[in-house]
Design a protein around this ligand. Structure first.
Ligand SMILES: [Zn+2]
Length: 208
């Protein structure tokens, strides 16, 4: 799995960065049927965009769009404040073909999307394992999805990723458990494939 770096340099989260100490990782899904992250990237890569994320997970690649220690605008705010101040936000790209009614997927074909889901889920497990290890986070305690952050009072009212995961018999608990399992043996393989040497240095600096 490759991690490609393509920063949203026009987004104010990149052009006027606020650095954060990452304490948790937030998993999102787009909430729209769009497997190509470039489409969403282009919307976010403007100086008037009000949202940003640290990366996108597609079926065959991971795109990092902000340095991990820059504050992003991905989870909104809730009654108690916002987790944007202390989290990395990663979006899973959703396959083509479905629509939404509020927070519910409509005409989602579970069988047709099984292979796609498995790919993005496994890519997410690998990325979250790498980040947990690098940032010394506990996958069981420190990984949340957007709807869980909302429930805790630190994010806006969105359903992701639990509008999607149960369709494939997954939950955030299975995800956290899978990340925990992967942490020891997948991480080196992922790390080797980071495409930019410079960013590897940045990550390592951040961690020492
Ligand atoms: Zn979200």
């Amino acid at each position: 799995m490759d991690i490609i770096q393509k920063y949203m340099t026009r987004n104010r989260c990149y052009s006027s960065p606020v650095t954060i100490t990452v304490k948790k990782l937030v998993l999102h899904s787009l909430g729209v049927a769009q497997p190509d992250s470039n489409v969403i990237f282009n919307k976010m890569n403007t100086n008037s965009a009000m949202v940003s994320v640290h990366g996108f997970i597609e079926a065959d690649r991971i795109v990092q769009t902000l340095p991990w220690n820059y504050k992003g605008w991905h989870v909104g705010s809730g009654l108690k404040g916002t987790y944007n101040n202390c989290t990395i936000g990663i979006e899973l790209c959703e396959p083509k073909g479905h629509t939404y009614n509020g927070g519910t997927m409509v005409n989602y074909d579970v069988n047709a999307n099984k292979a796609y889901f498995t790919k993005v889920y496994n890519n997410a497990v690998q990325l979250f394992a790498m980040l947990s290890k690098e940032l010394e986070l506990d996958p069981i305690k420190d990984i949340l999805c957007h709807c869980e952050v909302y429930s805790l009072g630190y994010g806006s009212n969105h359903a992701d990723v639990m509008q999607w995961f149960p369709r494939h018999k997954k939950s955030m608990d299975t995800f956290r458990a899978d990340v925990s399992k992967e942490i020891n043996y997948i991480v080196p393989a992922v790390k080797k494939k980071i495409s930019s040497v410079k960013e590897t240095e940045i990550i390592e600096k951040q961690l020492t």
